[in-house]
Design a protein around this ligand. Structure first.
Ligand SMILES: O=C(CO)[C@H](O)[C@H](O)COP(=O)(O)O
Length: 232
């Protein structure tokens, strides 16, 4: 189907599919776990797109009935195009979930949110009993913060307050995420802004410290979540 390869080409062009073969391999591993009747939590990112393509193929071949709970509008649209029925956390509980990550440390702690969907991703991980994180080996780091800042979703009116409180936690830098292809800043699907904060040392208590600032919706730091890591 042309539109599927167009989507992959767009992802490659935008630089998000760096290791396409690796991502396809791990996508096939996820598709192999899908059973008839499953309610799947679906994260965001190019690896998730690859997994959805593999799942859609399996659904068609084996005439499976599954439902997906998406974490972004893009993923909702992609599921709709693939003919995968959608549901919500109001109506269903996920049986399991798959999602990507930007960094994974040896203790399975994560940084996520390059795509800005970390609030819904965290909500879904918190609601799902089994969570697979699918990454290629470029995402494995000894220390979180090596390559990516921590994305923090902020209620717009609280921006200055949150920035001031974040500075007390000792970041190396804080930047308001700019929009691509449009003037101004990124506005999340929830109508909020994103601050990208780089920290030299990310302790186990940093996620809670960030979350406790009034005006923070959530962050892309995932410490001690129950996740299984599948590495291509
Ligand atoms: O957290 C995310 C989006 O908010 C993605 O899961 C993360 O950025 C990984 O993306 P990709 O699979 O394209 O490398």
């Amino acid at each position: 189907m042309n539109w599927q390869s167009d989507i992959i080409k767009t992802l490659e062009w935008s630089g998000t599919v760096i290791n396409r073969e690796g991502k396809e391999k791990v996508a096939d591993e996820i598709a192999a776990k899908v059973k008839d009747g499953d309610v799947l939590g679906v994260g965001s990112g190019s690896t998730v797109y690859m997994a959805l393509l593999a799942i859609a193929k399996k659904i068609k071949e084996q005439k499976l009935h599954i439902k997906a709970i998406p974490t972004s509008i893009e993923i909702s649209m992609f599921c709709a195009k693939l003919g995968i029925p959608l549901t919500t956390l109001y109506e269903d509980k996920p049986d399991w979930l798959f999602d990507g990550a930007d960094e994974v440390d040896p203790n399975r702690n994560l940084i996520k949110g390059r795509g800005g969907a970390m609030f819904k991703e965290k909500l879904l991980i918190s609601s799902s009993p089994v969570n697979y994180i699918i990454v290629d080996d470029s995402k494995l780091v000894d220390k979180l913060g090596t390559n990516f800042p921590i994305p923090i979703e902020v209620f717009p009116a609280a921006l200055l307050h949150v920035e001031n409180e974040l500075r007390k936690l000792g970041p190396e830098s804080i930047a308001l995420r700019p929009a691509k292809g449009k003037d101004g800043s990124v506005i999340t699907e929830n109508g909020n802004l994103i601050l990208d904060a780089r920290f030299h040392d990310i302790g186990n208590d940093l996620e809670l410290k960030i979350k406790s600032i009034t005006g923070v919706i959530d962050s892309g730091l995932f410490i001690n979540y129950d996740v299984k890591i599948l590495v291509a």
